[in-house]
Write a protein that binds this ligand. Sequence first.
Ligand SMILES: *Cc1c(COP(=O)(O)O)cnc(C)c1O
Length: 371
Amino acid sequence: MNDGASGRLYIDLDALRANYRAVQAQVAPALCGAVVKADGYGLGADVVAPIFAEEGCRDFFVTHQSEAIALRKSLGADVRIFVLNGLPIGSEAVFASNALIPVLNSADQVKAWAGHCQTTGSRLPCALQFDTGMTRLGLSLEDAAQIAGRTDLRAQMDLCLLISHLACADEGDNPTNALQVANFRAITALFPDVPASLSNSAATLLGDQFHHQIVRAGIFLYGGIFNGNPLMAPRPVVRLQARILQIRAVEGGVGVGYGLTQRTSRPTRLATLGVGYADGWPRALSGKGSAWAGDTRLPMIGRVSMDSITVDIGDTADGELREGDWVDLIGPAYDIEAVAADAGTISYELLTQLGARYRRVLIRGGEETSV
Ligand SMILES: *Cc1c(COP(=O)(O)O)cnc(C)c1O
């Protein structure tokens, strides 16, 4: 049936589930928290988060207050939702009424949260983030000592998690990792009764000393791998297909697309596909990327347009592909890491840019449902 969609995005919830289980097994007895920021890395937080919750995940991490409020609606009261970007001063009541846990990143945020707890007479949960060497977000080591000594603050609020983040987790032998974990140990020692969390996906492979009580897994759950990770390969979660809008036979030497930046090198057949950069197919793939018909590579020719790309289908048998057929853009022959590498980016960026125009097809228990 042709419903007019010219791109379709398969999201394999069975793979998502398997990837969650793999991380949980890898880090046990630590717990696997799920990072579902940026709308679940572009796949839909309301789609992916319930799968992790079904697998027993109780700790969810998002970036913004708005993401957290939406997540609270879809997951109900039973889980903890941490807001990584911290507490926007003035939002204390919104956080409290949605039972959101702010990840406090500055002394001002700590003061505001403690003040709100005192005013309302409720000891509300919060986390503290420390900058142990990434120079991005969080309190300093000196702040840690100060806060640890403030028994009044500790009594006012319920400090439930200590967080830090590694700068070089995807480089296993980078000495920064050992330095950061040592800095973090110095901080966690100041709060002996408070659980801690340091690892993203890549850091789960650095060893037990990085796991602490909770890890924060993101990209691995969504099928992304990271540099030099032969130990643990995720199951692919995403498959992206584009529909053939038109097929034409052309002579050699014919310019294709905006600027006619590339010309056919032989008489061949071209197919125009209905996915472009507005759908998150990187414009940087102009002249470099490919689509695939099974195992047959269909090299892109010319620039990526807003809504379409053109590929050379001269290597397929005449009549094998027709107008209305689907070909793979991300699939078994061309996974998200390969696509990202060709586009000069990383799988994180590729996934989070996937557009809203696709027909989304969820795979659950092997069955497909369109959403
Ligand atoms: C995004 C993020 C994560 C998850 O990282 P992955 O590499 O996707 O596993 C964990 N912690 C923080 C603070 C993050 O910003």
